[in-house]
Design a protein. Structure first.
Length: 162
């Protein structure tokens, strides 16, 4: 029995939304709209890269199964599983992202592969923070993890007891 079959629809939704919430939490720690977009996109690219590795992602079967399920979703399934954010205020959105990560981590607590899932979220957060931003038309940008992003990564790491 796969992970999806072991979870309620609400738990599945929380698990599916946790990676995007972690990426958005870090991406919104500093920077503006275009930079946030580029950073969140880098989380997707990171996930695609690890999914393409022979022998699995390196984060365990839980992450491998989740990534495969997410890749196999139809547009309608993805839309049905997407969380509708409640706030437009950036500070409130960040709090909501953190809550979504916590909910996803709570779903997998005690399951085999939970630590690999947490490590994947933190590594993804680091990838997001290290995304090259700034410059003009993509030229001259820098891949620097600033204080706000580092604090966001530390907050996620502490929240997940890593």
């Amino acid at each position: 029995m796969g992970i999806r079959e072991q979870l309620t629809p609400e738990q599945w939704k929380a698990l599916v939304n946790a990676p995007g919430a972690a990426a958005t939490f870090v991406a919104t720690a500093s920077g503006g709209g275009l930079e946030v977009f580029k950073e969140v996109f880098s989380a997707s690219k990171f996930t695609q890269e690890i999914a393409g590795k022979s022998g699995g992602s390196g984060y365990g079967s839980l992450v491998d199964e989740l990534i495969a399920a997410m890749k196999g979703m139809t547009f309608e399934e993805a839309k049905a599983n997407a969380i509708q954010y409640q706030s437009q205020n950036p500070a409130d959105i960040r709090a909501e992202m953190k809550r979504l990560v916590a909910e996803g981590v709570a779903v997998i607590a005690g399951l085999p592969g939970a630590d690999g899932f947490k490590k994947w979220l933190v590594d993804m957060a680091r990838e997001v923070a290290g995304t090259k931003t700034g410059g003009v038309l993509g030229i001259g940008g820098q891949a620097i993890i600033d204080e706000q992003e580092q604090a966001a990564i530390a907050e996620l790491t502490a929240m997940m007891d890593l």
